[in-house]
Design a protein around this ligand. Structure first.
Ligand SMILES: [Zn+2]
Length: 77
């Protein structure tokens, strides 16, 4: 699983490292929902703080880390 920033970099080829915050327009432009729900516990969360798997399923940080026991989460700069 990847953090949102890492996912955007890999999937969209965009570097968000210097981006402090993303406005609603950015999400609309890229067709990405701003708020998603965790595939595991169904909590809603901001996509920017979600972790995303290969099938584009979103998870909250807590579930993501719990499910991702083999590989360390990617994307922490
Ligand atoms: Zn969750």
């Amino acid at each position: 699983m990847k953090t949102f920033k890492k996912w955007v970099r890999d999937e969209l080829g965009l570097d968000l490292t210097d981006q402090k915050s993303l406005g609603g327009n950015w999400f609309a432009e890229h067709g990405i929902p701003m708020v998603v729900s965790c595939t595991c516990c169904h909590d809603t969360l901001n996509v920017a703080s979600a972790v995303i798997d290969e099938d584009k399923n979103c998870f909250c940080r807590e579930c993501g880390e719990e499910l991702d026991t083999i590989e360390k989460l990617e994307g922490e700069d």
